[in-house]
Design a protein around this ligand. Structure first.
Ligand code: 4AD
Ligand code: MG
Length: 485
């Protein structure tokens, strides 16, 4: 039996007047006649009209919320308003019952907290089905963008013996007996006895391996799960998240910024084109939520307008020096409203990033030329004349892309391709050169200027869906003290 997606039933005018079969989950059953059926292909439901003479009362009682149902009938122009067509059902079968008393998600508004506790069922709500259809569009758009530019999809490993970001926030991968690990003579755990014969961890980034690939394949990108054991219980951090990391030979900082801005815009355009129904639903949801906030905290633009605005305007590109100047002159700084200090040399905190983006420039901002001390060892050291060079101290060709409502969405840089400079930076930052011999070989044999960045998929999906908590845009979030489902 051919099953027609509800999206096709609603949109494909050629199907009107034909007999089709649809299958999905009951959203509501009204007046003992009208099933609102949803199959996940679209946020819209198909109204399936039951003939009360043909379907007995016992069967009708089984059309409860979330029961799975298959209907065959004629697709006819709708009598009621609100939909173009409806299904005159000739044959209906309940595939799986759903006990209305026991089913936790009722056809009413539930809090996001409640739905997070029912993460395994939350996909059946409009909000979450919309989010995950959009997440698909973004993921697919990532491949589309890089493929169109000649980038090669490169699979970096998930298990690694090196710490790419040098931040030391990694999960261990081991098969040793935690209670009785083998010990060396000195009494330390003997990692040589472990599965990999060395300490192994889950990767925080595929960048270093991507650099190996880029210095052979030219242009590559990784796209996969990454892991960070940072104990930050915020609305923007996950312990397991997805990152996209392009890396390209012969690309400089400016090209890297163009690539990043181009990617963001490509993805937004794709979502506006393919997910307008879902966006409109989330837009209305957001408006409702905004209405509960005090006036000064409400955002000026709705979701769809916000996306169009980002699409239509060039991102602002500034140096760290400029960012610090703007912050020092800002009202919140002068009124001592920032929680974290502002002075040359400190890292920008999310409150500072959001001030720059939301209050000062009112559009996405790319900041470059961060002090070397607060960025990773592999970033290229700036010289006089480089955009981002500073008189105040050594800076690197880092670039962070900051978005409204979120702050940092992309972190990247031009890489240090000069072996001697890189080795010196590694020494200064206590990065073990011995362990990274294979990485340094890219600089030993045919080194080239190259650049790349990492885009946090969930942060981007947060932005395009207008959601406020990163736990709501990944199917099963992993955060400190939480790995349920
Ligand atoms: O700025 P980050 O740490 O950069 C890197 O890992 C580089 N190796 C990327 C590269 O140049 N190839 O992380 C990149 C992005 C951040 O901008 C943020 O969007 C996201 O990854 N991110 C997280 N997202 C969710 N939860 C976390 N704990 C995240 N940490 C970083
Ligand atoms: Mg970063």
């Amino acid at each position: 039996m051919d099953i027609t997606p509800i999206k096709s039933a609603l949109d494909d005018e050629a199907l009107t007047g034909t007999t089709i079969t649809v299958a999905g989950w009951v959203r509501t059953f009204r007046n003992d006649r009208f099933i609102a059926l949803n199959d996940g292909s679209t946020i819209r439901n198909l109204q399936c009209v039951i003939d009360q003479n043909a379907v007995d009362a016992a069967t009708r009682a089984r059309f409860t919320t979330s029961a799975s149902v298959r209907c065959t009938g004629t697709l006819v122009p709708s009598q009621g308003s609100g939909q173009r067509v409806e299904l005159q059902v000739a044959d209906v079968a309940v595939l799986g019952d759903s006990d209305a008393e026991a089913y936790p998600i009722q056809p009413k508004k539930h809090s996001l907290e409640f739905l997070r506790e029912n993460a395994h069922l939350r996909f059946r709500t409009n909000t979450y089905s919309a989010i995950f259809r959009i997440r698909h569009q973004v993921s697919f758009g990532i491949h589309e963008y890089f493929d169109s530019l000649g980038y090669c999809y490169f699979h970096s490993p998930v298990i690694t013996a090196s710490d790419a970001e040098g931040a030391g926030e990694m999960f261990r991968v081991s098969t040793l007996d935690v209670k009785r690990p083998p010990l060396t003579e000195g009494g330390d755990v003997d990692w040589k006895e472990d599965f990999f014969g060395a300490e192994a961890r889950l990767t925080v980034s595929g960048q270093l391996q991507a650099e190996n690939a880029a210095t052979a394949l030219g242009k590559v990108y990784t796209f996969g799960p990454t892991f960070r054991a940072e104990n930050s219980n915020t609305t923007r951090h996950l312990a397991e998240f997805w990152m996209v990391e392009p890396e390209a030979a012969f690309l400089d900082l400016h090209g890297d910024m163009d690539l990043a801005e181009g990617l963001c815009k490509h993805l937004i355009a794709r979502v506006l084109r393919n997910s307008l129904d879902d966006l409109k639903f989330l837009d209305a949801r957001l408006k409702e939520e905004e209405a509960t906030k005090p006036k000064e905290q409400r955002s000026e633009l709705g979701l769809v307008d916000r996306l169009r605005f980002v699409l239509d305007n060039p991102f602002e590109r500034i140096t760290y020096d400029q960012a610090i100047d703007i912050l020092l002159r800002s009202k919140p700084y002068q009124k001592k409203q920032f929680q974290f200090p502002v002075e040359w040399g400190v890292d920008l905190q999310s409150e500072h990033e959001r001030y720059l983006v939301e209050k000062h420039f009112k559009k996405p901002v790319i900041v470059t030329g961060y002090p070397a001390g607060i960025k990773a060892f592999y970033m290229r050291v700036n010289s006089p004349g480089d955009f981002g060079y500073s008189e105040k101290g050594t800076t690197v060709a880092a670039m962070d892309v900051l978005f409204p409502g979120i702050g940092e969405i992309i972190g990247g840089s031009q890489r240090e391709e000069r072996l001697d400079v890189l080795e010196q930076r590694m020494d200064e930052m206590h990065v073990p050169k011995g362990e990274l011999w294979w990485y340094l070989d890219t600089r030993r044999f045919g080194t080239v200027p190259h650049a790349g960045f990492g885009l946090g998929l969930e942060r981007f999906v947060l932005f395009v869906t207008g959601m406020g908590n990163i736990r709501d845009v990944i199917p099963f979030p992993r955060t400190p003290k939480s790995a349920a489902f």
